[in-house]
Design a binder for this molecule. Sequence first.
Ligand SMILES: CC(=O)N[C@H]1[C@@H](OP(=O)(O)O)O[C@H](CO)[C@@H](O)[C@@H]1O
Length: 507
Amino acid sequence: MITFEEAKTRLEVVGQSHLLRFWPELSEEEKSRFLGELSELNIKELEDHCRGATKAAFGQQTSLQDGLHREMEPVPPEFIGGVKRSDKNTLDDWENEGILQISRNKVAVLLLAGGQGTRLGVPYPKGMYSVGLPSKKTLYQIQAERIRKVQELAAGKHGSKCTVPWYIMTSEFTLDPTEKFFRENHHFGLDPGNVVMFEQRMVPAVGFDGKLLLEQKGKIAMAPDGNGGLYRALVDNQVLEDMEKRGVEYLHVYCVDNILVKMADPVFIGFCVRKGADCGAKVVEKAYPEEPVGVVCQVGGVYQVVEYSEVLPETAKLRGAAGELVYSAGNICNHFFTRDFLRSVTQHFQGELKQHVALKKVPFMDEEGNLVKPSKPNGIKMEKYVFDVFQFSKKFVVFEVPREEEFSPLKNADGAALDTPTTARRSLLAQHYRWALAAGATFLDHQGAPLPPEPCRTSQDEDPPVVCEISPLVSYFGEGLEQLLKDKAITCPFILDEVEAEKLLKN
Ligand SMILES: CC(=O)N[C@H]1[C@@H](OP(=O)(O)O)O[C@H](CO)[C@@H](O)[C@@H]1O
């Protein structure tokens, strides 16, 4: 660890000595913690970081958008594979391929869970959120149970026990609470040895004057380095080595907030493997021009995602001859990577990942030592994006899935128009209702009279006609329900968990 004098000299060189303004007021413990933090700062990187942040935040954004506007081209429709575009045999074929790879222990999932959930407004990790399902399950529990089920399906089909390891990238904000939550919940029935948590790095937030901000008198305001911090974190934590040891070759990367996420989706994995892809993205058709999703497209002939915060509104609004959005391949943050591809990214391209700029409200200590919670943005956060590695792929594929089956993200608190706990809950319950109807169930009203099966709803504006929740431990994606529900009369609310499934099997 460096001494105070060393810290002072280093910070003076890069014009950041204000960070030591409150030094005399710190306790011995705070001083030692702060020096520890300052020792870890790479001064050269810090200088570049601050200069880069202010330059990028002021002036470059518009020219970046203009440049994108000129160079963007949509993904040619024939390039996109997908559920609605394929017949049942082909889909079964991909699914079988995916299940085979899972049964051979070659598939893992990786969760991006370092974010702070600012928009949702909870002080704990988003994965711990419960959207108010009858079972009260949290996002983490739903995801864990889907892993258990997909392992069971693969083992059942190929006759040998198999494991889908779950890698979870957390940050300084989310690691401790996530670990504690998993421990308290006995890892939701998963073997703790197959749940691997690791931490992404934090980078300093920079004030508009290029100076770092203090969050406390002895602590710099830091933020996670974006979900593209994954690649550095893979190296820092030797995650690829762990995958290699386990024989994992294919990775399904996803972000925490999509309640419909198909963990280690066999169809997507099978599609990517059959196409010989090293990198792939799942998309849904974008719903409306302003929808906050990135779009998969080409820029200068290279596949990449252009994030919603960086696309010009007029580009997002462009429509084709039939009125369809030109840029309609909406990124749902579900990516496929081979381990070899990730290895080459970490070895050769990590330093080339673009820095994206976000202007944020960063609480800070003012000169008098008062904590200020700004009402408008005062700080620059630099982030990397997970999809910025697509450009390095030798064989990139795009896979389109139906939104109502696979995408309903939890971004905002209730009260917002979209992507709230209510819309997430409705999407899941509507899906389970569709599965139950397709399996031949009849639902009864409060008087015991059969309800007419209503057509599948895709609207999130209202609750589905009945409350029906199916545990992922009973069905991963609607399979296996006929033997339980065909010609059964069901009263609601209906929670189909393993106990209920046993009972139905006996009836
Ligand atoms: C950097 C990144 O991965 N951004 C993703 C991610 O956005 P957030 O607003 O950061 O949650 O999830 C969106 C889907 O929910 C996706 O469309 C977008 O491109």
